[in-house]
Ligand binder design. Structure first.
Ligand SMILES: *[C@@H]1O[C@H](CO)[C@@H](O)[C@H](O)[C@H]1NC(C)=O
Ligand SMILES: *[C@@H]1O[C@H](CO)[C@@H](O)[C@H](O)[C@H]1NC(C)=O
Ligand SMILES: *[C@@H]1O[C@H](CO)[C@@H](O)[C@H](O)[C@H]1NC(C)=O
Ligand SMILES: *[C@@H]1O[C@H](CO)[C@@H](O)[C@H](O)[C@H]1NC(C)=O
Ligand SMILES: *[C@@H]1O[C@H](CO)[C@@H](O)[C@H](O)[C@H]1NC(C)=O
Ligand SMILES: *[C@@H]1O[C@H](CO)[C@@H](O)[C@H](O)[C@H]1NC(C)=O
Length: 886
C-alpha cells in the first residue's frame, strides 16, 4: 500500500508549542537538508539558488566567505582558500592513512591541531579546524532553514556513516554545537534510508532489504529487517531493525575521480614531458575536469577532455574511453561489492533472504558500479524505487520528527546497531601488595549491540580505579583504539562509610551506556551495599513491608531495558556476590516471604561516586574550545553582516547619485524636476553631487557605513523641496475638486434643508434641525469658500519652482471639517415627537406608544447638545483668518 502524499504521514499534535526540526544529510560532496515544521510542506530545503543540494565547500575569495557551488567554483582560482570534501578528515587523527589520502585529492594546506586532529590553513595564514569548517556549513544551513521557518531553528538530526567511530561522532556533535544547533540525534545514513523506505510502505510479513549506498567517499551496505508491528508489539506500524552492516571507508565516487584525474595527468605528462602535478591550480582544474569526464562516460563510451590553458599556457585535449577508465579501476569493482557480503555475513543471512537491494548515493549511477552490484546480487533484486539522493535526509527528518515527539508520525520503530566491538578493561585489585597488577578485559558492547543498551558492571574494590574503553579492532589505519578512560574516585570513603554502617561486602557498580547515537559513556558509578538494620525501627519497617530499597537502585534497574539485563560480573576469583542477585532487587511491594524476611534485616544503600573521564587519544573539544570556536564564527558572521550593510549603503548612495545626475543632466527637456527647481538650487545640488561622486571614488573603499548614509541624507534634503513642489502640483487639482465638491454639496443641502424646515414649521411638524444649526453651517461654508477662493487665487500666481502658498494637505483638512459638519446634520433622523408640544399631529401620536416615547427622547437629547458644538466654531472662525495670514 502506498501513500503518495508525504503530508498524510504527518499530523500535528495541536496544543503543544511546536519547534522545527532540521535534518542534515552531511555528505562528503553534497549536503542535503530538510525542515520539519508545522505548516511548511515536508520537503528538501532549497538553497538560495533554489537547488535541492548544496555542494560541500567553504571558501574565501578576497576576504569574502563563500559556500556551496559559489565556493567550489573558486577552487581552481584559489586552491589555497577553497576547502572541499573535508568530511574525509573530520575526527581523523592527523597521522592517519585517510589524512594522507585526503592530501592527495585536496590542494588544502593541512595542519595538525592541538587535539592531534586536522585543520586547514588559508593563504593568509588563518587556521581552521575541520570542526569549525563543518560548523560554518551547519550554520549556513541553519540560516536557510530559519528563513523558511521564519523562526529560530535549534534541533538537528544529522546522518553519519554507520562505521563512524566515537572520534568522528564527537567531531560532528562538536561542529553542531559550534554552529549553535542542538543535537537531537545522529542517525546512521543507511538507517535513515530504511526509515524513508518504511514511511510509504506497509509490510504484512517480515522482509529483509539491503540499503546499498555508494557515495562520494565511501560505500556502505546495510541489511535491514522490516517487520510489521501488531497490536501486541505496539502496532500497527513497522519495526525497522538494522541487522548487519558492511562498508569500505575509501571506495567511492571521489576515488573514481582521482583515478580519472590520474589518467588525465599521465596523458598530459606523457604528451608534454612535464609534470602537471607541480601546478596546484592546474591540478584543481583537472579535478573538476575528471568529474565532468566521468559523468560523460556514465552515458557514453568515450569523452573528449578539454582544458584551456591548463598549465604552461598549454590547451589540454585528450580523448578518454570508458574502457581506459574501467581498466584503471578494475581493482575497485570487488571493493564496491564486498560491503554487501560483509553486511549479509554480520546479519547471518544470505542473498536468498533478501527481497531487494535499494541503490542510493550518486556513485550507484556509475555503470561500472551498477554492473558490479547487479552481477553480485542479480539484476532482479535491484530496486531503483527510492530517491537515490534524497531518501537519507527525508528519512532523517522523519526520524527527528518522531524523536522530538512534537509531531504525530506514522508508527516506525527503529533499532540500530553499533558495528565496532568495544571493550572495557581495568586492573584487578592486587592480591598482595607486591603482585603485579593483572589486567582484565571484557567485551562490553560487541559489534551488533543495539543503540540504547545499558550495562552495569560490579566490582569488589576498596580503592579508586580506572576503566579503559577501547575498540577491540583497528577502526581505520592510524586511528587509536583507546576511546577514553574513566577513573572512579571516592571509592575508599564510600566503601568505608557503608562498611561502618554495617554493610556486608559493599561493591562498586558502574553503569555503561551505548547511546542511540552510538556513543559509549559511563553514566553513573555508585558504591552499594546491604546494611543490616538491627534497630527496632528497622525491624518494624521490615515487618510492615516498609520500603527499604533506595530510589537510586530502583531507577538503575528500570533504566536497563529487560532485553539487555546483561549485568556482567567481575571476572576476579573473589568476585562480588553474584551481581544478578543484588541488582535484581525486588520492588518494595513484593511479598515473597523469603525476600520479606531478608529485607527486614537489610537496608540497602548507595553512595554516588565521582567519575572523571579523560581522553588520552583524540579528545572531543572542551567546552572552552567550543566557546572559542563559536566566538570566531560569530565574529565572522558579524563582520559579514557589517560588510553587507556597508555594501548596501554604498550601493544605495551610488545609485542615488546616478539618479540625481540623470535628473540634472536632462537639460533640454522640460522635466518636472527642472520645472520645479530654481537654477540656484540645481547649481547647489550639482556641486554637492560632484563632490559626493569624487568622494565615493576616492574614499568609497575605506569609508564607514554612516558616511554613505550622511552623504545621501544631505543630498536628499536638498532635493526634497523640489520633489515636494512637484507633488503639490500633481495633487492640487484633486484637492481643489474635493474642496469644491464639499462646497457644492453643502450648498445644495442647505437650500433643501431650509425649504423643508420652513415647510415643517408651517405644518407644525417636527424638524431635524433648528434654524440656528443651518445658519451655523452656512457661516462655515461661506468662510470655507472665502478661504478657498483667496488662497486658490494666490496659489495661481505662484511659479512652479517656488514653494506653494497653500498645501494640499491643509485643503483636505479644511474640506474634511466642512464634510463632518455637513454629515452630522445630514445623517440626523426625524424626531418622532416634537417634545415641547403636548397636542401633536393625530397621525404621529397614536403610532407612538408610551414606551417608545421614552426611547425616542434619546436622539433629541443628543441634538440639544449639537447646537452647542455648532456654535463653538464661532471663536475658531475668528482665529482662522489670522492663522492664514501668518
Ligand atoms: C534465510 O534463508 C534460508 C534459506 O532459504 C532459510 O533457511 C532461513 O530461514 C532464512 N532466514 C530468515 C531469517 O528468514
Ligand atoms: C555516610 O554517608 C552519609 C550520607 O552521605 C552520612 O550522613 C554519614 O555521616 C556517613 N557516615 C560515615 C560514618 O561516614
Ligand atoms: C501478597 O501478594 C498477593 C498477590 O500478589 C496479594 O494478594 C497479597 O495481598 C499480598 N500480601 C501482602 C501481605 O502484601
Ligand atoms: C472632480 O471629481 C469628480 C468625481 O471624482 C469627477 O467626476 C470630476 O470630473 C472632477 N473634476 C475635476 C475638475 O477634476
Ligand atoms: C426634505 O424633505 C424631502 C421630503 O420629505 C426629503 O425627501 C428630503 O430628503 C429632505 N431633505 C433633506 C436635506 O433632509
Ligand atoms: C462654491 O460653490 C458655489 C456653488 O457651487 C460656487 O458658486 C462657488 O464658486 C464655490 N466656491 C469656491 C471657492 O469654489
Amino acid at each position: 500500500m502506498h501513500c503518495w502524499n508525504l503530508l498524510c504521514l504527518l499530523a500535528l499534535v495541536p496544543q503543544t508549542a511546536l519547534a522545527s526540526v532540521l535534518a542534515i544529510d552531511y555528505g562528503t560532496e553534497w549536503i542535503k537538508a530538510s525542515l520539519m515544521k508545522p505548516g511548511v510542506p515536508f520537503d528538501v530545503l532549497l538553497n538560495k539558488d533554489s537547488k535541492r543540494k548544496i555542494q560541500s565547500a567553504v571558501g574565501w575569495k578576497r576576504g569574502d566567505r563563500l559556500f556551496g557551488t559559489d565556493a567550489a567554483n573558486m577552487a581552481s582560482r584559489f586552491p589555497d582558500d577553497v576547502f572541499t570534501s573535508f568530511k574525509y578528515v573530520l575526527g581523523a587523527p592527523y597521522e592517519s592513512e585517510i589524512v594522507s589520502y585526503y592530501a592527495k585529492i585536496s590542494p588544502a594546506d593541512l595542519v595538525e591541531t592541538s587535539r592531534k586532529t586536522v585543520g586547514v590553513k588559508q593563504s593568509d595564514g588563518t587556521e581552521w579546524s575541520v570542526e569549525e569548517l563543518t560548523a560554518m556549513q551547519f550554520a549556513y544551513i541553519r540560516q536557510l532553514a530559519e528563513s523558511v521557518a521564519e523562526e529560530k531553528v535549534r534541533d538537528v538530526v544529522i546522518t553519519v556513516p554507520p562505521y563512524y567511530s566515537q572520534f568522528e561522532r564527537d567531531a560532528i556533535v562538536d561542529a553542531i554545537e559550534i554552529s549553535g544547533l542542538r543535537t537531537l540525534a545522529l542517525v546512521n545514513d543507511g538507517t535513515s534510508v530504511a526509515v524513508n523506505f518504511a514511511m510509504t510502505r506497509t509490510f504484512t510479513t517480515p522482509e529483509y532489504h539491503i540499503i546499498y549506498d555508494a557515495g562520494a567517499s565511501s560505500t556502505r551496505a546495510t541489511v535491514v529487517a522490516f517487520t510489521p508491528l501488531d497490536a501486541k508489539t505496539g502496532g500497527p506500524g513497522t519495526h525497522v531493525a538494522v541487522n548487519g552492516v558492511g562498508y569500505d571507508r575509501q571506495t567511492g565516487g571521489i576515488e573514481l575521480d582521482r583515478r580519472m584525474r590520474q589518467i588525465l595527468v599521465d596523458t598530459f605528462n606523457a604528451k608534454y614531458n612535464k609534470d602537471v602535478r607541480e601546478d596546484k591550480k592546474a591540478m584543481a582544474k583537472l579535478w573538476k575536469e575528471a568529474g565532468r569526464v566521468k559523468a560523460i562516460l556514465s552515458a557514453n563510451s568515450e569523452a573528449m577532455s578539454s582544458v584551456e590553458s591548463l598549465a604552461w599556457d598549454i590547451d589540454f585535449r585528450a580523448k578518454i574511453t570508458r574502457a581506459t577508465f574501467e581498466a584503471a579501476c578494475t581493482d575497485l569493482k570487488s571493493r564496491f561489492v564486498q560491503p554487501i557480503y560483509d553486511a549479509l555475513n554480520t546479519a547471518g543471512l544470505t542473498l536468498d533472504n533478501i527481497t531487494s537491494v535499494l541503490l542510493v548515493g550518486g556513485t550507484t549511477r556509475t555503470p561500472m558500479v551498477q554492473d558490479a552490484v547487479k552481477s553480485a546480487v542479480g539484476a532482479d533484486k535491484i530496486a531503483l524505487n527510492v530517491n537515490a539522493d534524497e531518501s537519507p535526509v527525508l528519512g532523517a527528518a522523519f526520524h527527528g520528527a518522531s524523536l522530538s515527539r512534537q509531531f504525530k508520525t506514522k508508527n516506525i520503530k527503529v533499532s540500530d546497531i553499533s558495528i565496532h566491538d568495544v571493550e572495557v578493561s581495568y586492573f584487578a585489585a592486587p592480591t598482595t601488595p607486591l603482585s603485579r597488577p593483572r589486567s582484565i578485559t571484557t567485551l562490553i558492547f560487541p559489534a551488533g549491540s543495539k543503540g540504547g543498551t545499558k550495562k552495569t558492571l560490579t566490582f569488589k574494590r576498596k580503592e579508586d580505579f580506572t576503566l579503559f574503553f577501547d575498540y577491540k579492532h583497528l577502526i581505520a589505519p592510524g586511528y587509536p583504539q583507546r576511546i577514553f578512560e574513566s577513573e572512579i574516585t571516592g571509592v575508599a570513603e564510600a566503601i568505608g562509610n557503608l562498611t561502618e554502617r554495617g554493610a556486608v561486602d559493599p561493591v562498586v557498580k558502574a553503569t555503561l551506556l551505548l547511546s542511540e547515537s552510538g556513543f559509549v559513556s559511563v553514566t553513573e558509578a555508585v558504591a552499594y551495599g546491604e546494611i543490616k538494620d538491627d534497630s527496632l525501627t528497622g525491624k518494624l519497617k521490615g515487618l510492615f513491608g516498609g520500603g527499604s530499597s533506595s530510589s537510586e537502585e530502583a531507577t538503575s534497574t528500570e533504566n536497563t531495558p529487560p532485553r539487555e539485563t546483561n549485568t556482567e560480573s567481575e571476572a576476579e576469583p573473589s568476585s562480588s556476590p553474584s551481581s544478578s542477585s543484588s541488582s535484581a532487587t525486588p520492588s518494595p511491594s513484593a511479598n515473597d516471604t523469603a525476600t520479606e524476611k531478608k529485607k527486614a534485616l537489610a537496608k540497602e544503600d548507595t553512595i554516588k561516586l565521582k567519575v572523571v573521564t579523560t581522553f588520552p587519544t583524540i579528545p572531543p573539544m572542551t567546552v572552552d574550545e567550543k566557546k572559542a570556536a563559536r566566538g570566531r564564527l560569530r565574529a565572522i558572521d558579524a563582520e559579514e553582516a557589517a560588510k553587507n550593510r556597508k555594501e548596501e549603503a554604498r550601493n544605495t548612495l551610488e545609485s542615488y547619485l546616478y539618479r540625481l545626475r540623470d535628473l540634472l543632466d536632462d537639460e533640454d527637456r522640460d522635466t518636472p524636476f527642472k520645472k520645479c527647481s530654481k537654477e540656484s538650487e540645481r547649481q547647489a545640488i550639482t556641486e554637492k553631487l560632484e563632490e559626493s561622486f569624487s568622494w565615493l571614488h576616492e574614499r568609497g573603499d575605506i569609508a564607514e557605513t554612516s558616511q554613505f548614509l550622511d552623504k545621501r541624507i544631505t543630498l536628499e534634503a536638498m532635493e526634497k523641496p523640489i520633489i515636494h513642489r512637484y507633488q503639490e502640483i500633481e495633487a492640487f487639482p484633486q484637492a481643489l475638486n474635493n474642496s469644491q465638491m464639499w462646497n457644492w454639496s453643502t450648498r445644495l443641502f442647505l437650500q433643501e434643508a431650509r425649504q423643508n424646515l420652513t415647510a415643517e414649521m408651517e405644518a407644525d411638524l417636527p424638524s431635524k434641525w433648528t434654524k440656528e444649526e443651518l445658519d451655523a453651517l452656512e457661516k462655515q461654508l461661506k468662510e470655507h469658500e472665502t478661504w478657498l477662493h483667496t488662497w486658490v487665487e494666490k496659489q495661481k500666481t505662484v511659479k512652479s519652482n517656488e514653494n506653494p502658498v497653500i498645501e494640499t494637505a491643509e485643503m483636505k483638512a479644511r474640506a474634511k471639517v466642512l464634510e463632518q459638519n455637513l454629515m452630522k446634520l445630514y445623517r440626523r433622523k426625524v424626531p418622532k415627537v416634537k417634545k415641547p408640544k403636548v397636542t401633536s399631529t393625530p397621525e404621529a401620536e397614536p403610532t407612538s406608544p408610551a414606551g417608545e416615547e421614552a426611547k425616542a427622547e434619546g436622539p433629541p437629547a443628543e441634538e440639544q447638545a449639537a447646537p452647542q458644538t455648532t456654535e463653538a466654531p464661532v471663536p475658531q472662525d475668528q482665529q482662522e483668518p489670522l492663522r492664514d495670514e501668518l
